[in-house]
Design a protein around this ligand. Structure first.
Ligand code: ITT
Length: 193
């Protein structure tokens, strides 16, 4: 069984492949021989997830899944939010971006934050669905951990007593926004894929 995911982010591909298991083959934009033009100009995770899924569906005419995700920091008015990948420029390293968030929160009491993931799915008939998953945590006061990607090294998850970059991929997936969105998707589709 093959599932197409409308993403160019290899970390997302890796997490989906681990969560879906070896019975499912995950394919993504890099497995296509053509460019898929995507303009992610939506205001919400749902809009952007649908923009990505539609762009790939129009090329392959098969069921596709997509992931739009990001980090909301309450003390920063929920930024970087839907701009998480582009925030401070798409080529700025996450060491710099993560330190900038730590610096912006210095002295602030409210360190609450959450990752959000919206999975969009377009079925064989072209019908569209979205599924949302979240994980609540805190902005850590230093960069910790080498696993995961993006903002994981500053995302302190209280039940783990550490960041989501400082645990195994399997443990992160078991509680993550992406894991939770995929569980919601699977509750609907596992017998129909
Ligand atoms: P695609 O659009 O090609 O899927 P992208 O990385 O540009 O890849 P998004 O626009 O959805 O995707 O941006 C999501 C960003 O949010 C991502 O680049 C990270 O900075 C952050 N993010 C999302 N999920 C994360 C996770 O599990 N751990 C750490 N950071 C995450």
């Amino acid at each position: 069984k093959t599932i197409w995911i409308a993403t160019s982010n290899p970390h997302k591909v890796e997490e989906f492949q681990t969560m879906l298991g070896s019975q499912v083959q995950v394919k993504s934009m890099k497995d296509l021989d053509q460019e898929v033009h995507i303009v992610e100009n939506g205001k919400t995770f749902e809009e952007n997830a649908l923009i990505k899924a539609r762009a790939l569906y129009q090329v392959i005419h098969q069921p596709v899944l997509s992931d739009d995700s990001g980090l909301e920091v309450d003390a920063l008015n929920k930024q970087p939010g839907v701009h998480s990948a582009r925030w401070m420029g798409k080529d700025t390293s996450y060491t710099i971006k993560n330190q900038a968030i730590i610096d912006a929160l210095k002295g602030k009491k409210d360190r609450s934050a959450r990752f959000i993931c919206v999975i969009a799915f377009i079925d064989e008939q072209g019908k569209e669905y979205t599924y949302r998953g979240t994980i609540e945590g805190q902005i850590n006061d230093e960069i910790v951990g080498k696993n995961g990607f993006g903002y994981d090294p500053i995302f302190y998850y209280p039940p783990f007593h550490t960041t989501t970059a400082n645990v195994s991929e399997e443990l992160k997936n078991s509680v993550s926004h992406r894991g939770n969105a995929l569980k919601a998707f699977m509750a609907d589709w596992k017998d129909r894929l």
